[in-house]
Design a protein around this ligand. Structure first.
Ligand SMILES: [Zn+2]
Length: 225
């Protein structure tokens, strides 16, 4: 931030409204957010000694590694809900910066944001995952490929569905523009929140089937416990 801008408008935490050092969020507050430790590197579910879990060994998901910033908790929920439902796109930058700090982006050639269906996009006016991805891409210096994937099925809210219902719900939900991903071998898909991983699974499966991409990471600001 420019010193003059800083002097005129000292940064305030968007959650506590107290002055803070930078990034518009209180670092101490962020330091208290729970982060996944001792989880399976592939699916991010709890796992002994942070080894690949039994479920992934038995039936490996289409994504090869999952990295999330935090567990989905109260204050983070305020930020993500504020971004999605109260049209606070500025929160996307904060979330993107926080996530970028926690990611290991080695060998990732490009990023793709999990898309919204067109009707939801029109309603909201933006795709929150893409806004977060923009900041992450900038922070990490990785290209963000737009319009590589399209959500062609307007899946109803998945909040009250179990894992099996979510998978059925997401069948044939995405279309891939293979040209946009041509020549790529290793990419990351970015969403705001991962719950069961069904969305990532559906999208990653389709990309691997139809393109040259061999390695896919699932990235999200948060994961539900
Ligand atoms: Zn696993």
């Amino acid at each position: 931030m420019h010193w003059l801008e800083r002097w005129l408008l000292p940064p305030k935490c968007v959650l506590t409204h107290q002055p803070c050092e930078d990034r518009d969020i209180d670092a101490k507050l962020v330091g208290e957010w729970p982060i996944p430790t001792s989880v399976c590197p592939q699916c991010c579910e709890p796992s002994f000694d942070a080894k690949v879990c039994g479920r992934c060994l038995a039936d490996a998901p289409a994504f090869d590694r999952t990295q999330v910033g935090f567990y989905f908790d109260a204050e983070l929920a305020d930020l993500i809900h504020g971004l999605k439902y109260n049209s606070q796109p500025a929160y996307a930058r904060i979330l993107g910066e926080l996530l970028a700090q926690r990611l290991d982006a080695k060998n990732i050639q490009a990023m793709v944001a999990v898309p919204l269906h067109q009707s939801r996009y029109r309603q909201r006016g933006f795709n929150q995952a893409e806004l977060v991805a923009k900041t992450v891409a900038k922070e990490l210096g990785i290209p963000l490929i737009k319009q590589a994937v399209k959500r062609v099925k307007n899946t109803p809210s998945q909040t009250h569905l179990n894992a099996k219902q979510r998978r059925a719900n997401l069948k044939n939900a995405f279309d891939i523009d293979c040209e946009k991903l041509q020549g790529l071998e290793s990419i990351a898909l970015l969403d705001d929140v991962i719950t069961t991983g069904a969305t990532m699974q559906s999208l990653a499966q389709k990309i691997k089937r139809q393109t040259s991409v061999e390695t896919i990471q699932a990235w999200a600001v948060a994961k539900t416990k």
